[in-house]
Design a protein around this ligand. Structure first.
Ligand code: 13P
Length: 248
């Protein structure tokens, strides 16, 4: 049995006041209707504050990026061990905004996964096809390439890993893959992991992301291979995020 997982990705939003208010509100709303694991990936600068605020709660804090390097002359970068020191649990790696806006490519992303795992963080490796890929029927090729890069590394620990499928055309657009369409991609991702290790494939959680809202979360999470969600816009709103977590 895989415990469902819902992670909010705040992206570059918020402030100290926002962080405090939203985390307090979430904590106050967590009750026995929520049985999923919960995470919030905050901007780097709020992580320490967020981990302190959630010390006694089930919410685990994550980062949205990490350096592939462990230390040295890499101005502006943040290492995995620095994040670990702040109490960070998750780290998003290869989010489509990092891939497209900051030219992050598979090779460096795999190094980031390895850096995260060796510091004791749990990477959430994100994959997804663009609208052009989708329209030209290349979804499975793109996913095979992105997931294949990760699985091609013998050093990746498949038992300390979360995967996230986020079709780029569904992010922030209000469009979502239908539950059936998303399930097909999730099953494909799990089959790729299975080729490498059957037990890890059964255990690895694969999240769906891209315009997940309270009104579509239930049908997405009802699919066999969808183990929860990676939530952007709706994670900035306590009511919406709690409702999504209750449905996971
Ligand atoms: P939205 O939920 O705003 O579409 O964002 C999804 C996302 O990018 C989460 O990482």
């Amino acid at each position: 049995m895989r415990q469902p997982l819902v992670i909010g990705n705040w992206k570059m939003n918020g402030s100290l006041v926002f962080t405090e208010e939203l985390l307090h509100t979430l904590e106050a709303r967590i009750d026995d209707k929520i049985s999923c694991e919960m995470g919030i990936c905050a901007p780097f600068v709020y992580i320490k504050f967020a981990t302190e605020l959630t010390k006694r709660s089930v919410i685990k804090i994550g980062a949205q990026n990490v350096s592939e390097f462990s230390a040295g002359a890499y101005t502006g970068e943040v290492s995995a061990s620095m994040l670990k020191e702040l109490g960070t649990h998750w780290v998003l790696i290869g989010h489509s905004e990092r891939r497209s806006l900051f030219n992050e490519a598979n090779t460096a992303l795999v190094q980031k996964v390895l850096a995260a795992q060796s510091a004791g963080l749990t990477p959430v490796y994100c994959v997804g096809e663009t609208e052009d890929d989708y329209k030209s029927g290349k979804t499975f090729n793109v996913i095979a390439d992105q997931v294949g890069a990760l699985l091609g590394s013998a050093d990746v620990d498949l038992n300390n890993l979360v995967l996230a499928y986020e079709p780029v055309w569904a992010i922030g657009t209000g469009l979502t893959a239908s539950p059936e369409e998303a399930q097909k991609v999730h099953a494909f991702i799990r089959a790729l992991v299975k080729e490498k290790n059957i037990e890890s494939a059964d255990g690895v959680r694969i999240l769906y992301g891209g315009s997940v809202k309270p009104d579509n979360a239930g049908s997405l999470f009802g699919q066999n291979d969808i183990d929860g969600g990676l939530i952007g816009g709706a994670s900035l709103d306590a009511d919406a995020f709690v409702s999504i977590c209750q449905q996971a």
